[in-house]
Design a protein. Structure first.
Length: 81
C-alpha cells in the first residue's frame, strides 16, 4: 500500500533571495507545489517552498541537498483539509 503524501512549508531567511533560485531542485524531484520570495524585512529576504513528500524525514533530506549558505530554514507540516 502506498504511503500518503504530506505537505510541508519550508521557510527560508537569508541575506539574498534563495527560494526561487533553488526551486528547480525540488521541481525536478517532483515534490514542489509552490515557491516564492517574500518581501524584504529586518531579517533580510524570506522565501518559501510548499512540498509534497512522504514524511518529515524526506522533507529534511530534500532540503539538505540544496546548497543554502548563511540561511535559516524552518520546515513545518501543513494541515490539509
Amino acid at each position: 500500500m502506498k504511503e500518503a503524501a504530506v505537505r510541508f512549508m519550508v521557510f527560508l531567511r537569508s541575506p539574498k533571495a534563495l527560494a526561487a533560485q533553488h526551486s528547480d531542485v525540488l521541481l525536478r524531484g517532483g515534490v514542489l507545489l509552490d515557491a516564492g520570495d517574500l518581501c524584504v524585512n529586518v531579517c533580510g529576504v524570506s522565501g518559501y517552498w510548499l512540498i509534497d513528500v512522504r514524511n518529515h524525514e524526506e522533507a529534511v533530506e530534500r532540503v539538505r541537498r540544496i546548497p543554502l549558505s548563511a540561511c535559516v530554514v524552518e520546515i513545518r507540516q501543513v494541515a490539509v483539509v
